[in-house]
Design a binder for this molecule. Structure first.
Ligand SMILES: [Ca+2]
Ligand SMILES: [Ca+2]
Ligand SMILES: [Ca+2]
Length: 253
């Protein structure tokens, strides 16, 4: 029993010694924290002498000393103003259906327009349609019989286009001469209109006298300027760009 009590005492003694060591170490550790864990340096300022001493706690200041503290780090600056909102980005093309392909640019120079066509049995065809209008590259009188006016059967001219046309033989061609006389040549009615094999050149030969609206000088004199087309398009259905044509003057060159 005596030995047991002694053992207990020994244990208390060990714990006590450890406590002293830990406490001492804590004291040393605390004294070493200048600045403290928050980065604050504590000091005591002597009112009379102006002396300043650094301590590990304001509690160490004497009665005639004013505790003073300062941070090592400066105070964080205010948050900057929010920047202006950036411009909205372009909307992505985002295909969500095969039909969204309709209208998209296509072709080697992106001059065409995509078109989706559905067939029987679930078949789908994709076309790249030409969206560039044709132009007239050459316009000339081919034959002029009877009067010098463009008026009688067998008077003829031809027009060459910049690309393959629809080959329509029942279109119309509006013309005006230099004094303002206008006429509409109606293929299959007033004239026979034929295409070359490539369907790029249209030959127009009057088959009956051509009526006209009188200008300053009666009759449709040569040269005549083409002003419009009806039902004459390229194979994609684009009407000719009359004003943008190189040569729309029906003359002898
Ligand atoms: Ca010409
Ligand atoms: Ca004539
Ligand atoms: Ca005239």
């Amino acid at each position: 029993m005596g030995f047991h009590l002694s053992a207990q005492l020994v244990r208390y003694a060990i714990v006590g010694v450890l406590g002293v060591f830990i406490g001492g170490a804590g004291g040393v550790f605390a004294a070493a924290l200048i600045p403290d864990a928050n980065g604050v340096i504590q000091g005591c300022y002597d009112n009379k002498t102006g002396a300043l001493r650094v301590v590990d706690s304001a509690a160490n200041c004497l009665k005639n000393q004013v505790p003073i503290s300062w941070n090592e780090r400066g105070v964080a600056g205010a948050t900057g103003a929010t920047g202006a909102t950036g411009a909205t980005g372009a909307v992505g093309r985002g295909l969500t259906s095969l039909n969204d392909l309709n209208g998209l640019p296509c072709g080697t120079t992106n001059s065409g327009t995509s078109r989706v066509v559905y067939g029987s049995g679930g078949a789908v065809s994709l076309f790249c349609d030409d969206s560039t209008p044709p132009t007239v590259t050459d316009a000339r009188v081919l034959n002029n019989v009877g009067s010098t006016d463009f008026a009688e059967p067998d008077d003829a001219f031809f027009l060459t286009f910049s690309e393959e046309m629809n080959g329509n033989t029942a279109g119309t061609i509006n013309v005006v001469d230099q004094d303002g006389t206008t006429a509409t040549v109606r293929c299959s009615i007033d004239a026979a209109c034929t295409w070359n094999t490539a369907r790029t050149t249209l030959t127009v030969t009057l088959t009956s006298p051509l009526s006209n609206d009188a200008g300053t000088t009666p009759g449709l004199q040569i040269p005549m300027l083409v002003t419009a087309f009806g039902n004459l398009t390229d194979t994609a259905g684009n009407a000719p760009d009359v004003l943008g044509s190189q040569d729309r003057l029906i003359d002898y060159e």
